[in-house]
Write a protein that binds this ligand. Structure first.
Ligand code: ADP
Ligand code: MG
Length: 208
């Protein structure tokens, strides 16, 4: 299964969730590869920051033919996660076209809600070529008991795509994870780690 993290909004959590989904899947004894399709190379930077070998391969592939090239490359893997750039571009399109599931991270902010419609448009265009692509929103950086956190769920219900049950909270440990280690490594058993495991379970279940 190929899961693509996609959002035209920079800073929404594509890289953070890509790295963590890949790690959570690898912890469930599945072979997973992370494809960094963002020319900025943040996922690659994450892997390179580590002292040790990353727990799954991270490959930079910012090329416009991903949807054609990936199937052959993925023969030896159970799952693939793709991190993407935050711009309407051939790269954003090829990554969506390559995917079985597109996850759209949305922060509880009006800016993110407005930007969601552009991302949805891009995915719907791709579904014109490949109708079997599934897409879903996931709330990232949720702050409990705020009005905007409730409003974001409501605003997203206007779209055809479902909102995942799992939400990822605003947690300092996620910022710390950008130095090359996942929250499962930095704080095993803590809430952040549980949320990520739940996310990966929900995603895998969705794909049957
Ligand atoms: P994108 O790849 O969409 O541009 P990132 O994953 O790089 O977004 O996230 C942007 C910034 O927000 C990073 O500094 C990251 O550490 C931080 N961040 C992302 N998700 C969370 C979270 N749930 N809690 C706290 N910080 C977060
Ligand atoms: Mg990124």
């Amino acid at each position: 299964m190929i899961i693509c993290l996609s959002s035209l909004k920079g800073g929404s959590g594509k890289t953070t969730l890509a790295v963590h989904l890949a790690h959570a899947i690898s912890l469930s004894k599945k072979k997973v590869i992370l494809i960094d399709a963002d020319p900025q190379g943040s996922s690659q930077g994450w892997a390179a920051s580590r002292e040790d070998k990353p727990p799954f391969p991270v490959i930079g592939m910012a090329r416009n033919t991903l949807h054609r090239d990936l199937p052959e490359l993925l023969e030896n893997y159970d799952h693939c996660v793709i991190d993407t750039p935050p711009r309407v571009s051939a790269l954003a399109r090829t990554a969506i076209l390559a995917a079985d599931l597109v996850l759209i991270p949305v922060q509880p902010s009006s800016y993110d809600i407005w930007a969601a419609s552009e991302t949805v448009k891009l995915i719907e265009e791709a579904q014109g070529f490949k109708p079997e692509i599934i897409a879903a929103f996931v709330i990232n950086r949720k702050i409990t008991n705020t009005a905007i956190s409730r409003e974001v769920s409501e605003a997203l219900s206007d779209y055809e795509f479902p909102l995942l049950k799992t939400t990822i909270g605003q947690r300092v440990i996620f910022s710390e994870s950008s130095a090359g280690y996942s929250v499962m490594e930095l704080a095993p058993g803590k809430v952040a780690s549980t949320e990520i495991k739940q996310l990966s379970q929900e995603v895998i279940k969705m794909m049957g």
